[in-house]
Design a protein around this ligand. Structure first.
Ligand code: SF4
Length: 471
């Protein structure tokens, strides 16, 4: 049997963000992002540049590219991917830098970053995924939204008088002197995909040969926010969207031009440390915390608003004050479907290799989706603490030691349900032995200056501490 379609070798084998969905992606059915990811990965593999390629991900529906592309990846703050890519390109002149951005990211929040990177002719290839809306956040109007197009923030349709005209980024970029290649392609039908492959191959070859900046705008369907069936969304690109955004190559410098090499930017780390006020003492201060093992990995998860990010931050701050090695990594759950917020905290005696917590020693799940999703990751010697005020059923496939804690109820008794995270703080501290109650109380007095807030939080932390004593 001839294999005509297969997963690109430049992709990871599985999607590790969702353990129960390792053979799928986070993209909605029919979304153009998946097709574009596949084209890029296939070409990176075909050109043999996987080891050199460094991807910069945006905020937006493309945020998880680091879960798909097996290569070096960096995440940028919203709109800043072209700026981050500039730094990476300058400090890694031998690397091939891919900046992957959406229209909210590149054409609104990060317009200036994008234009100036193009104008400097940085060695990078920018994929500008244009689906006319802010996709990840629920389909708000973007600078690229069509006239009369209805979005959640233009419910009566975009008007030029109120909102201006749809921004044609490729045409703008083509007006600059430096870019080597500026084009617009589509991923909505086989003919456009074949053309996109040609253009993207050319763009990656320009990067391989260090011949300057490449901007490729990709017309991509967003069936979810357009409220269309996938096939209908693909047709809408041809019938309507491309009237505003015609496909084609808008600028291409001669292929025989010279490479655009820049000297490697050297970083003076000692000068940076001095600027930040870091001293040798910060590196050698004696550690004042006893961990049950050399490194503890925590995951605090729940719905947004349950205080899981600040819970992680409190644990991280207390450990930092005790001169431990610490990382805190928040995750806001940007999926359109089934997202939860969580924070990962690692506390160690030695420098920490990664802030990512795939296998938590301690999991706190304040809601059911978090327990269902993350509970099975905890090994049998790990602790799973769940909010029994809100969770009445626990998954059957948990291996760790499971402890119910009526966090919301105890917090309400202390004065406010908002203090459920502080109840958990007391419980976790006693169960793991990482902090004494008096240390927690000192920290809370420092953190909450208003007497009323202080009182509630001190009651909440005691409630959690006492609950752990009854286990
Ligand atoms: S919201 Fe739109 S752009 Fe985002 S993943 Fe879903 S279909 Fe794709």
């Amino acid at each position: 049997m001839t294999k005509i379609y297969e997963k690109s070798p430049a992709f990871f084998e599985t999607f590790e963000r969702k353990p129960s969905q390792q053979l799928t992606t986070h993209y909605c059915p029919g979304c153009g992002h998946g097709t574009l990811n596949k084209i890029i990965a296939d070409l990176v593999a075909e050109l043999g540049i996987q080891d050199q390629t460094i991807y910069v991900g945006p905020v937006g529906c493309g945020v998880f590219i680091y879960y798909y592309f097996e290569g070096a990846c960096a995440s940028a703050a919203h709109g800043r991917a072209s700026a981050v890519a500039t730094g990476i390109s300058r400090s890694n002149p031998d690397g091939i830098v891919v900046s992957y951005q959406g229209d909210g990211d590149l054409a609104a929040i990060g317009t200036s970053n994008a234009i100036h990177a193009a104008n400097r002719g940085e060695n990078m290839i920018v994929f500008f995924v244009n689906n006319n809306v802010y996709g990840m956040t629920g389909g708000q109007m973007a600078p690229t939204t069509l006239i009369d197009q209805k979005t959640t923030t233009s419910p009566f349709g975009r008007t030029e008088k109120n909102d201006g005209f749809p921004l044609r980024m490729a045409e703008m970029m083509a007006g600059l002197e430096a870019p080597a290649l500026v084009a617009r392609v589509g991923v909505n039908n086989p003919k456009n995909i074949r053309q996109a492959i040609k253009v993207i191959r050319n763009g990656l070859e320009i990067q391989r040969d260090k011949k300057g900046y490449v901007f490729i705008e990709v017309m991509s369907q967003c069936p979810t926010n357009w409220k269309k069936e996938p096939a209908e969304a693909c047709e809408w690109i041809d019938d309507v969207v491309c009237k505003q955004y015609p496909l084609g190559t808008f600028k291409e410098l001669p292929a025989d031009r010279q490479p655009q090499k820049r000297p490697r930017a050297e970083v003076d780390f000692a000068a940076v440390a001095k600027l930040l006020g870091l001293t040798a003492d910060d590196e050698t201060g004696s550690q004042e915390m006893t961990l049950p093992q050399p490194e503890m990995r925590f995951k605090f998860a729940g719905f947004g608003g349950q205080g899981v990010l600040s819970l992680g931050l409190m644990v991280a701050q207390m450990a930092t004050q005790r001169n431990m090695e610490v990382t805190w990594l928040p995750s806001y759950g940007p999926e359109m479907r089934g997202g939860v917020a969580n924070s990962s905290v690692v506390i160690g005696e030695d420098p920490i290799g990664t802030p990512v917590v795939d296998v938590p020693d301690v999991l706190v799940a304040l809601n059911r989706p978090s327990l269902d999703k993350l509970g099975p990751l905890v090994p049998k010697e790990g602790l799973i603490i769940y909010n029994s005020s809100l969770i009445d059923q626990i998954p059957a496939d948990l291996k760790g030691k499971v402890y119910p804690l009526a966090a919301t109820t105890l917090a309400a008794e202390a004065g406010t349900v908002k203090a459920a995270n502080v109840v958990v703080l007391g419980f976790v501290a006693r169960m793991t032995g990482i902090f004494e109650l008096s240390e927690l109380e000192d920290f809370l007095r420092e953190t909450f200056k208003k007497p009323a807030l202080q009182e509630v939080n001190l009651k909440a932390v005691s409630a959690g501490w006492n609950a752990a004593g009854e286990v």
